[in-house]
Design a binder for this molecule. Structure first.
Ligand SMILES: [Fe+2]
Length: 233
């Protein structure tokens, strides 16, 4: 069976292997979108089985590989060997950006979608935080928002007590989840962050893909609103 799961019109997700980052193990997930041009756009790519790769190839030619959160940039190293013709797009670099070696990057993601996917997406750099960098996407056709690391709800991982402890400490252990304590604390310009939140909530979305935890199939806007309550205090 293919590991490709439909998440709405022209949007799919694929689960990847566990990866280790900052002493904890994380589940991984990539998002695949068929653009109105017919090309395929992949966010936070993960290694996939030959079957899954075949299913992706059936959707269309993969032209864009995107790392929208600073801790996922390293994943483009492997993905670009699988899709050598794809452009590479990453979020603004910070001291915490996780990347191995040089990448032939096409562009940095900003609040303005590049013309190639402007018909399909709105995008937003969530601002107010110098240390972390993440761009959120709104896929118009499926009314889905894609969030990498800003909101997480990590399920307990069997045999990884330290990871589960770190999740609990950060307030991002399923079923609770939300914006982790360390990320909350690193938002220094809360006015700017509130402006970003306002833009995010102005999008007409009902579904949410997060990189770590269960995705939300309906009612995602109130879910996101609740997870950002702390910003209004
Ligand atoms: Fe992540």
């Amino acid at each position: 069976m293919s590991g490709l799961h439909s998440f709405g019109e022209n949007i799919w997700i694929v689960e990847g292997p566990l990866v280790r980052d900052m002493r904890a193990w994380f589940t991984t997930r990539m998002t695949i979108v068929k653009l109105s041009s017919g090309s395929v756009w992949i966010e936070s790519p993960v290694p996939a089985s030959p079957d899954t790769m075949e299913s992706i190839a059936e959707i269309g030619p993969v032209k864009y590989l995107v790392a929208a959160t600073m801790r996922h940039v390293w994943r483009l190293d492997n993905a670009r060997t699988q899709f050598p013709d794809a452009q590479l797009w990453v979020c603004r670099r910070t001291r915490l950006t996780l990347q191995h070696g040089e990448l032939p990057i096409t562009g940095i993601l900003t609040d303005t979608p590049p013309p190639d996917w402007a018909d399909d997406f709105e995008q937003l750099e969530f601002k107010g935080n110098r240390f972390s960098s993440e761009v959120l996407f709104y896929h118009k056709k499926s009314h889905t928002v894609i969030i990498g690391d800003l909101i997480a709800s990590n399920k307990k991982i069997k045999g990884k007590p330290l990871s589960n402890f770190i999740f609990r400490l950060g307030g991002v252990l399923y079923p609770k989840g939300g914006v982790s304590r360390d990320i909350r604390m690193s938002f220094r310009d809360r006015d700017l962050a509130r402006q970003s939140l306002e833009t995010l909530l102005s999008w007409d979305f009902d579904r949410l893909i997060i990189a770590h935890g269960d995705c939300i199939e309906t009612g995602a806007k109130s879910y996101v609103e609740e997870k950002f309550q702390w910003l209004n205090h």
